[in-house]
Ligand binder design. Structure first.
Ligand code: ZN
Length: 531
C-alpha cells in the first residue's frame, strides 16, 4: 500500500513538471479558448509513462487500428475492425464475444473479472467513424499521420518512431479518422489495463466492455441489442468514453446530456406570390405570420414562452450549483472568438444556460432577399427548429405543448402539404413535421456512482477535474438508462480541437498519454471510492 502511495505521489510531481512545459507551449500555440487555461492541466495519480520503446506501444496500436477504414456502411472493413479489436482485447486476457444482430456491425463485448470486487463497471465506446471526404484532408484519412504540432501551424510529418518519449512529444498530434472519435479512447482504455498490470495494481471493479460499430450511423440497432442482451450488459455504473475534454484542456467528467427533437413548420399564403402593392394588407403574409408565431414561442433572451413548457424541467440542486461554480469560465474568450458583444443569457454562465431548455431556430425561408427580392407577398414561409430538452422533459410532451399553443393562437395543424380545398376552407393553416428525437439524461451528482467517479479522479487530477452536470449537446444516454437502468457518466479524453467528424481529425499526444493514466487511475481506484 505504502509503495503504491509513494508511486502515486511521484507520479503527481513528475506530471507537474510536464504540466509546466505543456502550459508554455499551449500559451503560444493555441486558440483563445485555451488561452486562459489558468488552472493547471491535470496530473493523474498514475502518471503518464515515459516510453522507451522505438515506437510508443499505444501509439503503434492506435495507428494500426486506425489504418482499417471504419465507416459503418463499409461492411467488410467494419468487420475487420471488430475482429482486430477483439484480438487486441483477447491479447490482454479479456473474455471476448462478438454480438451479431442482422444488418448491424458486430458489437464487441468483453469481460474482465476482478477477484473480490463488489461492483461492475460497463465501458462503452464506438469503433466506427464518420465518412470521410479525402480531398479535404491534408493527409490520407486512413493513413495515421504523426505531426510535430498542429497542422494549422504547418507542423511537419514525423515517423511514428520519432515521437519523443518525454513531454516534448506532448504537443504532437496524430491525424487520421478515428484518432479521437473513438478509436483513441478504446486504445487508451486497453493500454490502461497494461499499465495496471505493469505496476502490479489490481482492478478494483469488474469490467464489461461494449464497443459499438455504428454509432456514427445513428445506432439504429443499439436498442434492440441492449434489449436482447440486457443481462450480459448488467452493471452498477457505466462510462461512455466519447467526446472531448473541457476547452481549457482540463479533464472532465459529464453527468448528463440534453435530448433533442426537431420540427419543420410551414405557414401558407396565396397559392403564388402576389403583387404587394395590389394585395399587401389583404392577402395574409406567411412570413409575417410565421415571425409572429416564433415570437410567441421564444423571446429575445432565449426564454421559451409556450405555456407549461418549463413544468417538467428538473431544477438544479445544491450539488449541481456547486459543480457549476467550480467550472472555469470561458464566456469572455468565446465572445471574442465568435465576434459577439453579448449573450442571450446575460451574465449567466454557459454551462448553466445549457442546462435550460432551448428553442433554436435553425433556419428560416420565405420569399427572397437582396438582388432576388421582389415586391410580393410570398406564398409560404418555413421555419426549422430544434428543441433541446433537459432532464425530465419528454419529446411527446413537447409536441403536445407546442401544438396546444398553436391551436390557442387560432392555428389549424396539418401533417401533410394541404391541397387547394383545405387552404380555401381553413384560415391560419400550419403544417408541422416532427422528427423522432429522444429525452435528456442527467445523473444526480450526489448519487453514489457520481461521487465515486469524482472521488477516484478528482484528487488524482490535482483539483483540475471539471465536473460538468450536463453537456449542452445531445447524446442518447437515456437509452442506456431506460434499458439497462444503470447510472451513466461521460468520460472523454480527446482534445476539444480534435476536428471530430470533419477532415483532419486528430488526437493530441498528451491527451492519449493522459487518457491512459486517467483510465488506469479510475480502474484501480473506483472500487474503494464507491460506497
Ligand atoms: Zn464519438
Amino acid at each position: 500500500m505504502l509503495k503504491t502511495i509513494r508511486r502515486l505521489m511521484v507520479g503527481i510531481r513528475l506530471d507537474r513538471l510536464i504540466t509546466l512545459a505543456a502550459v508554455a507551449v499551449i500559451a503560444t500555440a493555441f486558440a483563445s479558448a485555451c488561452r486562459k487555461a489558468s488552472a493547471p492541466e491535470p496530473a493523474a495519480a498514475i502518471a503518464p509513462e515515459q516510453a522507451s520503446a522505438a515506437v510508443d506501444p499505444a501509439l503503434a496500436e492506435l495507428a494500426d487500428f486506425m489504418a482499417i477504414p471504419n465507416v459503418a456502411s463499409d461492411t467488410a472493413n467494419i468487420r475487420r475492425n471488430a475482429e482486430r479489436l477483439a484480438g487486441m482485447m483477447r491479447q490482454r486476457g479479456i473474455d471476448v464475444r462478438l454480438i451479431e444482430e442482422a444488418g448491424a456491425p458486430p458489437v464487441v463485448f468483453g469481460e474482465l473479472a476482478a477477484p473480490g470486487a463488489k461492483r461492475t463497471l460497463l465501458v462503452y465506446a464506438h469503433y466506427d467513424g464518420q465518412p470521410v471526404e479525402p480531398d479535404r484532408w491534408a493527409s490520407d484519412p486512413w493513413t495515421p499521420t504523426l505531426r510535430a504540432g498542429r497542422l494549422e501551424a504547418g507542423s511537419e510529418v514525423v515517423p511514428l518512431s520519432g515521437l519523443p518519449s518525454g513531454p516534448e512529444g506532448d504537443e504532437w498530434y496524430l491525424y487520421g479518422r478515428g484518432a479521437s472519435d473513438d478509436k483513441g479512447t478504446i486504445v487508451a482504455f486497453l493500454a490502461a489495463l497494461d499499465r495496471l498490470k505493469k505496476e502490479g495494481l489490481p482492478l478494483s471493479v469488474n469490467v464489461k466492455m461494449l464497443f459499438e460499430g455504428e454509432e456514427e450511423a445513428g445506432s439504429p440497432h443499439l436498442e434492440a441489442i441492449l434489449l436482447a442482451h440486457a443481462d450480459l450488459f448488467r452493471a452498477d455504473g457505466m462510462i461512455l468514453c466519447d467526446g472531448p475534454v473541457h476547452q481549457t484542456r482540463r479533464p472532465q467528467i459529464v453527468f448528463g446530456a440534453r435530448g433533442v427533437v426537431g420540427l419543420e413548420m410551414t405557414v401558407y399564403g396565396p397559392n403564388h406570390a402576389l403583387h404587394s402593392g395590389h394585395y399587401g394588407n389583404w392577402a395574409p403574409n406567411p412570413a409575417a405570420q410565421l415571425a409572429g408565431i416564433l415570437a410567441s414561442m421564444r423571446n429575445g433572451e432565449g426564454v421559451i414562452l409556450i405555456p407549461g413548457y418549463y413544468d417538467d424541467v428538473r431544477p438544479l440542486d445544491e450539488s449541481d450549483r456547486a459543480a457549476l461554480a467550480g467550472i472555469p469560465r470561458v464566456e469572455a474568450d468565446l465572445l471574442r472568438e465568435y465576434d459577439l458583444a453579448w449573450s442571450e443569457g446575460g451574465d449567466t454562465r454557459l454551462e448553466e444556460l445549457v442546462m435550460r431548455p432551448a428553442l433554436n431556430i435553425r433556419g428560416l425561408a420565405s420569399g427572397a432577399v437582396g438582388d432576388k427580392a421582389a415586391n410580393a407577398v410570398p406564398s409560404e414561409a418555413r421555419a426549422s427548429i430544434d428543441f433541446r430538452l433537459v432532464a425530465d422533459q419528454r419529446p411527446a410532451r413537447i409536441r403536445e405543448l407546442v401544438e396546444a399553443h398553436l391551436r390557442n393562437l387560432g392555428w389549424t395543424i396539418v401533417r401533410e402539404a394541404p391541397g387547394a380545398e383545405t387552404k380555401r376552407a381553413t384560415p391560419r393553416l400550419v403544417r408541422l413535421e416532427w422528427e423522432g428525437g429522444y429525452p435528456a439524461y442527467r445523473s444526480r451528482l450526489d448519487a453514489p456512482f457520481s461521487r465515486a467517479l469524482v472521488r477516484a479522479l478528482g484528487p488524482a487530477t490535482g483539483g483540475a477535474l471539471v465536473v460538468m452536470p450536463a453537456l449542452g449537446g445531445s447524446i442518447p444516454m437515456e437509452l442506456f438508462d431506460r434499458v439497462l437502468g444503470v447510472p451513466i457518466a461521460l468520460f472523454p479524453i480527446a482534445n476539444h480541437d480534435n476536428n471530430q467528424h470533419g477532415p483532419n481529425e486528430n488526437l493530441r499526444i498528451r491527451n492519449l498519454r493522459q487518457g491512459i493514466s486517467m483510465h488506469a487511475t479510475l480502474l484501480s481506484g473506483l472500487g474503494s471510492a464507491w460506497e
